[in-house]
Design a protein around this ligand. Structure first.
Ligand code: SF4
Length: 341
């Protein structure tokens, strides 16, 4: 249970390990003080945190928090979610819409950037707010489709037989209810030229209980080929619960891929990246992309220069099997695909 003190700070009762995913989602940590207190960290770390928090609020599921090391302000999982004073710095080249997505939205909730695939904004929120997220300024309020807009999106897909893949993104599509997702999945499966359903999600990592029977019912039975792209940046994000969620997904016929973002202070060394690839593969997840940071305002302190990124991947190439090596890429606005570095 979560309650609030008069000054808005959460107090959280001990985590109930068997709480369902909806309860865990409702009870995510939503302010920097609660986050620091839960890890026994000093309030001096709050200096500047509220500037970032006001831009893009703190959200941390308890199941993810439990993998952080208490007392360590440099914990690589904490660094992904704790706002820092640097987020308020204005840095040349770092903008609110780094991928120019506003230019590729035929209508609300739909982004059509690449040939053959469309991206559907299936949810306006996430279970976790990652400080480096390229959509941290995305106007979700303009992209939360009504039922009529969903019908318009489905008509758009029906009318374009070159589209073979529908990508559910967000936010995180898996914060939506299984009832809504099952409906959407049925509608998509009824479009004859669609072959694949791809989901981009962090839920199986941050709240592994999300992979429950209700989800596997619709995801495991559709005629569409299913691909789930997870988003894991550090090997410590993968614990036994995540491994179990991945096992259930694979048993349901879902192909699991991972994309990471190269992040200063979190995974910008060859040892961590090599361990990440090994840990992913052991969990049945194929390392897929290593993205350089999208130049989003508020995240410049995570940036790793291209030359350093290439040198890191060269070190990985020398020590990993080829199938464990993610492709180093950048998203370039207007490009017909991701751009290899
Ligand atoms: S869209 Fe993905 S990266 Fe961005 S905040 Fe949500 S979970 Fe994190």
């Amino acid at each position: 249970m979560i309650t609030r003190t008069p000054d808005g700070v959460q107090t959280i009762a001990a985590h109930t390990p068997d709480a369902d995913w909806q309860t865990q989602l409702r009870e995510v940590i939503r302010d920097p003080v609660t986050l620091l207190d839960a890890l026994g960290l000093p309030h001096s770390l709050l200096e500047g945190a509220y500037g970032g928090h006001r831009q893009f609020s703190v959200r941390v599921p308890r199941a993810y928090l439990n993998r952080m090391t208490p007392g360590d302000p440099d914990d690589p999982l904490l660094r992904q979610v704790l706002p820092l004073a640097q987020e308020s710095d204005s840095v040349a080249g770092f903008v609110t819409d780094p991928l120019a997505e506003a230019e590729h939205t035929p209508h609300s909730g739909l982004i059509h950037k690449y040939a053959g695939r469309v991206l559907l904004i299936a949810s306006a929120g996430c279970a976790i707010n990652c400080r480096y997220c390229f959509r941290r300024h995305f106007p979700y309020e303009d992209h939360t489709p009504s039922m009529a807009q969903w019908q318009a999106t489905l008509d758009y897909l029906r009318d374009d037989s070159s589209i073979t893949e529908a990508i559910l993104s967000g936010g995180d599509p898996l914060v939506s209810s299984d009832r809504r997702l099952a409906w959407l999945c049925r509608e998509l499966a009824d479009i004859p030229h669609l072959r694949r359903l791809r989901l981009h999600t962090r839920l199986p990592v941050v709240i592994p209980d999300r992979i429950d029977d209700a989800l596997l019912e619709w995801l495991g039975t559709t005629r569409l080929q299913r691909v789930m792209v997870l988003h894991i940046n550090h090997p410590r994000e993968i614990d036994d619960a995540v491994r179990d969620a991945c096992r259930r997904l694979r048993q349901a016929g879902v192909t699991l891929l991972n994309q990471s973002v190269l992040l200063r202070g979190i995974n910008d060394d060859a040892d961590t990246l090599a361990a990440l690839s090994e840990t992913l593969f052991e969990a049945g997840i194929q390392p897929y992309y290593l993205h350089v940071l999208d130049a989003v305002a508020g995240a410049a302190h995570f940036d790793v220069p291209d030359d350093e990124a290439r040198a890191l991947v060269a070190q990985l190439r020398a020590r990993l099997s080829g199938f464990l090596l993610p492709r180093l890429v950048r998203e370039v606005p207007g490009a017909v695909s991701k751009t290899p570095l």
